[in-house]
Design a protein around this ligand. Sequence first.
Ligand code: NAP
Length: 314
Amino acid sequence: MPKGVERLVIIGSGPAGLTAAIYGCRADLSPLVFMGTQYGGQLMLTSEVENFPGFRDPVMGPDLMMSMKSQAERLGARLVQEDVVKVNFRTRPFEITTESGQVSARAVIVATGANPKRIGLENELRLMGKGVSNCAVCDAFFFRGKRVAVVGGGDTAMEEANFLSKFASSVQIIHRRAELRANAALRREAESNPKISFVWNTVVTDVLGAAKVEGVRVRNVETGEQSTMGVDGLFVAIGHEPNTDVFRGQMELDEKGYAKVRNGTESSVPGVFVAGDVRDFRYRQAVTAAAEGCKALIDAEKFVKADLAAAAVS
Ligand code: NAP
């Protein structure tokens, strides 16, 4: 672990963290990046990405992340493949602890992302990117003229279904209850869409298909009846979990655990900035996360400059 006080530590290595690292190098902050043991974020589980600007042809999610990582490395970011296990944001400089030691930093950017909740089926994971998806905006295009199912009854599920209906031939929303949680406007939009139908009181018990999704096994929770639905895609939209466990009690989180920001990208702790899905449950795109990484870095750079100037005076 490096000695001395770091100017900037970045926690996370998805598009937000790595963009902050790239900008951080160019701002001469020599950022130390804790990438996590499973680095790269959600794009590591995606196949083709067609909506990240700058690529004429589709790019594989992991390839895109490897390019961002190499770019950050080439510019001089110090990338460490370790999980942060503890932070102390109540002291200055801040303390960041990993399995192998502790560093201190003048400023921190938290870009730990969020994970889509999974149903928890083995084949759901196996067929991820091969018909199973958590992002209609990213993947709907690949389901033109195909039959898809969406799991969930909240705002996200309705938005996913409405979006998918522009491409798919049919969209079946599978919900574990007979009442939607989604807001009235999104609900009405889905209910009045001729391509969308609802499968109530039903849970998915298996995802079928060898190389790609061919159907799902479902169980009616009222009757216990089991059946198979033939679909080419399964969109799981049952919520997200922000990766903020390690920051609990150290900075303000909302009731769902997302980091709160008050001024630009600054968290409730001056000097700690947040970027990407760890605070954004609305847009959740690689390009919006990257943009937030850039913004957080610009805010952090100002903070570090002022902090160094204050230290020089005292
Ligand atoms: P959510 O509101 O938590 O809804 C999750 C849905 O998935 C619920 O219908 C839930 O069922 C179901 N579910 C949860 N776990 C499940 C499981 N293991 N198996 C099957 N179904 C399961 O999540 P969200 O829709 O992602 O929304 C998250 C937040 O973002 C909300 O505050 C939402 O209002 C906001 N949001 C807003 C917009 C917008 O305003 N345009 C768009 C997207 C999201 P139950 O209903 O039975 O609990």
